[in-house]
Design a protein around this ligand. Structure first.
Ligand SMILES: [Zn+2]
Length: 342
């Protein structure tokens, strides 16, 4: 299958984030791209550059004020005396009210969920190109390819319609799903990242046309804490179209594949016309986040199992952090998947 990626995606290079209150090197490094590119090449994927798709597909899932914030906040931040080099929030609304602040500091708190998504001069362009890789992969599948892979970095699944968070700015999986909706009456998103896809859930929570399913480490003791529980099922006409499968910490291949089987039952009963896989590789046993214990051969079996759904599939890269096996895990997934569908 084809893979999509643009050089501009490397420019975003966040320096730090707070972990348990301590400043740590930000793990969402540009080097991830090199490992993932190598992994995609090993799986036999030709790498292609996406086209510039403009703001249309991004504004289909994000609010105008949020996109304006992402584009301009870095410049505005530089005009504040004594401000940090990267945009990092220090105040948040506990609950949203009707008021929208005019100040850069207020807007940073309004639009950024946590400190893991610092914004620098290059962030906006990198995030846009990352989203355009997802758009290109979705259009490739709409043109008849059985599957395509978008090497999206920065990742996207923690970004809501108007909030960045957890290394994410533009929700690439949601963008891909919304593009697919031009042809597909129903689209399912299956998120296998270690962390709950809270932004994706939020974007589609009240909609019955996009089913969101997420397997992840139980948020009762794990990021993103406030979302990802089994009782979050959607709202309004979207009630029943969100499905969370929280897993106990350190769950390994057998437990993950069993939960995947439960996810497939829900997806089959939804009868989607296309699938987006939000492919986090951080469920790996050797990932620095250490939440679950999926093995490299496990990713191959996961890919194979998903391919058996037989749906036109856009695979969107989410998490998965620097460790020796990062590229191998992508190769394993894509090879497992492609054994059926490439
Ligand atoms: Zn993750």
């Amino acid at each position: 299958m084809k893979a999509f990626y643009a050089e501009e995606q490397k420019r975003h290079d966040p320096k730090a984030f707070l972990s348990s209150g301590a400043s740590q090197p930000n793990p969402e490094k540009p080097e991830r791209i090199e490992r993932l590119l190598a992994g995609a090449r090993s799986a036999g994927c030709p790498i292609e550059r996406p086209r510039d798709h403009g703001l249309g597909p991004v504004s289909a899932v994000h609010t105008p004020e949020y996109l304006d914030f992402l584009e301009h906040i870095f410049e505005r931040w530089q005009r504040i005396d004594g401000a940090s080099a990267e945009v990092i929030p220090n105040i948040h609304p506990i609950a949203r009210t009707g008021s929208y602040p005019a100040s850069a500091v207020g807007q940073a708190g309004y639009h950024m969920a946590d400190t893991a998504c610092p914004i620098s001069r290059e962030t906006w362009q990198s995030a846009l190109w990352s989203a355009w890789s997802a758009v290109e992969a979705a259009e490739t599948v709409m043109a008849g390819a059985p599957a395509a892979y978008a090497l999206c970095r920065p990742p996207g699944h923690h970004a809501f319609a108007d909030v960045a968070g957890g290394f994410c700015f533009i929700n690439n999986s949601a963008v891909a799903a919304q593009v697919l909706r031009k042809q597909a009456a129903r689209v399912a998103i299956l998120d296998v990242d270690l962390h709950h896809g809270n932004g994706t859930q939020g974007i589609f929570y009240a909609r019955p046309d996009v089913l969101t399913v997420s397997l992840h480490a139980d948020p009762v003791r794990f990021y993103p804490f406030f979302w990802g529980h089994a009782d979050e099922r959607g709202e309004g006409t979207g009630l029943g179209y969100n499905f969370n499968l929280p897993l106990p910490r350190k769950s390994a291949d057998a437990a993950f594949l069993e939960a995947l089987g439960v996810a497939f039952q829900r997806i089959r009963s939804f009868s989607p016309d296309a699938l987006v896989v939000a492919l986090g590789l951080d469920a790996f046993e050797g990932d620095p986040f250490g939440g679950l214990s999926v093995t490299t051969p496990g990713f191959s079996r996961i890919g194979e199992a998903i391919a058996k759904l037989g749906l036109p599939t856009v695979i969107v890269q989410e998490g998965g952090y620097l460790c020796d096996e990062l590229g191998d895990n992508l190769t394993a997934f894509l090879t497992g998947f492609g054994g059926k569908a490439r």
